[in-house]
Design a protein around this ligand. Structure first.
Ligand code: SF4
Length: 388
């Protein structure tokens, strides 16, 4: 991201109160497109086959939508505008990295809010995981979910032993809150579930917790240019009508110590936690010689007055893309094949991209392999039914 920042913008906007009903309304699904658009042509075919028409969504913008848009515009079209998911898609992510990150995150948050002993934290974390797993995942011993689970809890305990979740003098203002705000410079609202907002000496901060396979100092540098902290800042500033001073990133290196699936009893779990703790202590000793290799880092990203100009530009471009006509060529494929096959995993939309020059073939692949899911559905369960 360019280092150039704009003069402090006049941010005008307001918060939109959310309920299940208003959330549904905000996703704005529509089916009325002419046969000149790609979705219109797909729907003509689907009508002949007596299939439900495809919806096109124009939801509020989230930071992950913005990331998807920057990654590949066609990806954004499949995932956000059409809300497509492979039929095999499951509630708990199949991606190891996402799984570890989300469990770590939940436990660290639990420590900061409840300050409970490790046995209770473990119990609660187990319950949360069970609630999210599909029946197939519960029966599948080979999936590695429980290995990831114990690894993430051990990492969270090691991190919170070294650093309190919040710096001294901070108190939690809000936790796990879903915000939806209207920024008057944009067409669609902004939405985001923000882990935590803290306050110290009358100033607001946004703490966030992340796991990484690279040295945390490297991730701290990358985060300077990341869009997400600025996106969250914008939402919180509109909601609170106060400036946010900094993001606080709690960063930890993923441990190299594997959990043995045969040690699933209490003694085995405790001995694993102990070994992980020792592993981090050894890494900390090494870091005394080369500080950049420290396995745990707390990094402050000070925001200053303005927003980076690159952030403002991407926010506006993604906003327009959320209302663009649903024509495939208006959402070009990424020219970078690395994005299609990232970390040796094929992009989940590759089968669609392989057929999309030919609408009947695309309609067939789409029907056989994908389902439509409202891009805001992941927020819906957290909403009350009635406006308060
Ligand atoms: S397969 Fe490649 S071009 Fe197609 S959506 Fe995925 S990343 Fe984009």
């Amino acid at each position: 991201m360019s280092q150039k920042t704009l003069a402090k913008p006049e941010i005008t906007g307001y918060e939109i109160p959310l309920t299940k009903a208003s959330l549904k309304q905000l996703a704005k699904p529509t089916v009325s497109f002419t046969e000149l658009t790609s979705v219109g042509r797909l729907n003509l075919l689907r009508k002949k086959q007596k299939l439900e028409p495809l919806y096109v969504y124009s939801p509020p913008q989230s930071s992950s939508m913005m990331r998807d848009y920057c990654r590949c515009e066609r990806y954004f079209f499949w995932s956000i505008r059409l809300g497509l998911k492979p039929r095999t898609w499951t509630a708990i992510s199949d991606s190891k990295a996402l799984r570890i990150g989300s469990i770590f995150h939940d436990v660290v948050e639990d420590v900061s809010v409840n300050d409970a002993p490790p046995s209770q934290l473990l119990q609660r974390a187990e319950q949360r995981l069970q609630d999210k797993m599909t029946p197939e995942q519960k029966d599948d011993d080979e999936s590695g979910i429980w290995e990831d689970f114990y690894k993430s809890v051990a990492m969270a305990l090691a991190y919170t032993t070294k650093y309190p979740v919040l710096p001294k003098g901070h108190r939690i203002e809000r936790v796990e809150q879903l915000y939806c705000v209207r920024d008057l410079s944009l067409g669609n609202p902004l939405i985001g579930q923000i882990d935590m907002v803290s306050r110290s000496s009358g100033k607001y901060y946004i703490p966030d917790h992340k796991t990484t396979g690279d040295p945390p100092a490297v991730l701290a540098q990358v985060l300077q240019w990341d869009l997400q902290p600025f996106f969250y800042r914008r939402i919180v500033e509109i909601s609170l009508k106060k400036p946010v001073f900094a993001a606080i990133h709690n960063l930890i290196l993923k441990t190299g110590i594997k959990f043995c699936p045969n040690s699933h009893d209490k003694k085995g779990i405790l001995s694993y936690f102990y070994r992980v703790q020792k592993w981090y202590e050894e890494k900390e000793v090494e870091a005394k010689i080369t500080p950049a290799s420290s396995p745990m880092v707390r990094h402050m990203l000070w925001f200053g007055k303005g927003y980076p100009s690159d952030f403002e530009k991407k926010l506006k471009t993604c906003d327009r893309a959320l209302r663009r006509s649903p024509v495939l060529k208006a959402f070009p494929k990424t020219p970078d094949m690395y994005t299609c096959v990232k970390f040796k995993r094929e992009c989940q939309y590759a089968p669609l991209c392989a057929t999309d020059e030919h609408i009947p073939a695309l309609a067939e692949v789409l029907h056989q392999r994908y389902v439509q899911i409202n891009p805001l559905s992941r927020y819906a369960d957290k909403m009350p039914d009635e406006s308060k």
